[in-house]
Design a protein around this ligand. Structure first.
Ligand code: RAT
Ligand code: ZN
Length: 434
């Protein structure tokens, strides 16, 4: 088989293998949706299920990009934030799609999404797209979008410190029982801002104090147990700043004490994985809100120390800085309780996905989870997976060609087995503790 034929066959296999999207910010309609659509769910302005053309265009990646071309000197941040969602979307469409070519990855993503949903991206009028989305029933639309993107399961991010989300779980525990969506317990303040977390947990009936006493540790564990059970968490997750350090058994920083004495023992007891997403510097430009976060290099040795000191815990890890990727892949060679995942956020661009996937495959073979979507708007899974699949297939085909050149045969069954590992089973088996 020549390279072109091999590439074609791998592409076919990658395109038809369903993926388990292991980290998103998506929700089923039970969490409410600001745009009702044609279905049985009424509009809920604070609803968490985001979907449709206006949400796609006002994605925070595109908000950051529009301020590059219409700076706040011309349109002040406050004025932008006071505009309606439709007006913000019109503004972004006009300046990033109509007045210049939409070549950035986030812009291209909107076009791929429209095209794959059967809409015509050359129709430069938003009214037509708006009409089409408004006719969709959100619940059925989820099925359609999952089918088009080849996603078999969507993993949520359920932030227990977000009041809007917390109250929905407390009001009705079945809110998260949609089998298409897997719940994940997220608790950044517990590790990043202990005083605030302690105050909040104490207001919710747990005996937590700013000083971390043994009683306090027991109460954090009770809190975690209650929420893990309430939402049926598949794993737990935190996003940490680049300054995060874990220095070992004597480290007295609040984040380290909470990890060492409360979180990791509680997770070990329940055989649950801990996801660490490290490298975001929040609010570098707070006037951009969610779009105002940046990144710096993280400390890979802290990840290695956690893996070494807690051999009975499992860690899913992704780092935000390109410069960390090689060190992290080497760390994963040392620890079988460390699973690398995804090309996160600012790394989710074709050139960087290709570089990272190639390097990971060379160092780790097939033992990593190459991508997650991080989608915040439902239809984004269409483009995020279409674009990533293309690159994963290209890298894998090159690697197959290299080993085929030695005389090693590669069958279609081998390809299917390998791609299944990359797009689903490595993650599924790791969180299952297999
Ligand atoms: O990728 C994003 O949309 C970020 O804003 C964050 O949500 C990040 O992925 C996170 O999970 O903290
Ligand atoms: Zn995320």
């Amino acid at each position: 088989m020549d390279r072109t034929e091999l590439h074609h066959q791998v592409r076919q296999v990658v395109d038809t293998t369903p993926v388990w999207d292991l980290h998103t910010h998506l929700y089923p309609p039970t969490f409410g949706t600001p745009m009702a659509g044609g279905g049985r769910h009424g509009a809920d302005p604070r609803g968490l299920m985001l979907w449709g053309i206006d949400e796609l265009l006002t994605y925070h990646y595109l908000v950051a990009e529009v301020f590059r071309v219409v700076p706040s000197r011309k349109l002040p941040y406050d004025t932008f934030w006071k505009m309606t969602k439709e007006d913000q979307a019109d503004h972004i469409w006009q300046h990033l799609f109509v007045e210049r070519s939409p070549v950035s990855e986030a812009c291209r993503g909107v076009l791929t999404t429209l095209a794959r949903l059967g809409l015509d991206p050359s129709d430069k009028n938003l009214a037509g797209y708006r009409r089409w989305f408004a006719e969709q029933d959100p619940d059925k639309h989820i099925d359609r979008v999952m089918e088009v993107s080849g996603v078999s399961r969507i993993t949520m991010t359920n932030d227990v410190f977000d009041d809007n989300e917390r109250e929905r779980w407390l009001a009705d525990g079945r809110v998260g029982s949609d089998p298409r969506f897997a719940p994940v317990l997220r608790f950044d303040p517990l590790v990043c801002d202990w005083p605030t977390a302690a105050k909040k947990m104490s207001a919710w009936g747990y005996e937590t104090t700013e000083e971390i006493s043994p009683r306090c540790i027991a109460e954090v564990q009770r809190f975690l147990g209650d929420w893990i059970n309430r939402i049926g968490a598949l794993y737990c997750a935190v996003s940490l700043p680049p300054t995060f350090r874990y220095l070992g058994p004597d480290d007295r920083q609040a984040s380290s004490v909470i990890f060492r004495e409360a979180i990791l023992p509680a997770l070990e007891e329940r055989n649950l994985t801990m996801a660490l997403m490290i490298g975001v510097t929040r609010g570098v430009n707070p006037r951009l809100t969610l779009a105002g976060d940046a990144l710096e290099k993280a400390d890979v040795m802290s990840v290695s120390r956690l893996c070494a000191d807690f051999p009975n815990n499992r860690f899913l890890v992704t780092l935000l800085s390109r410069e960390n990727q090689h060190e992290l892949a080497v760390a994963a060679r040392k620890f079988d309780n460390l699973m690398l995942f995804g090309c996160w956020w600012f790394l989710n661009n074709p050139s960087l996905i290709e570089e990272m996937t190639r390097m990971r495959m060379e160092l780790l073979g097939l033992s990593f989870a190459p991508q997650h979507s991080d989608a915040r708007v439902l239809e984004q899974i269409v483009y995020k997976w279409a674009h990533s699949r293309e690159i994963i297939a290209k890298v894998l085909a090159d690697k197959y060609a290299d080993i085929a050149a030695t005389g090693w045969p590669i069958t279609e069954a081998d390809m299917r087995r390998d791609v299944q590992l990359l797009l689903c089973d490595n993650f599924a088996r790791f969180v299952a503790g297999e």
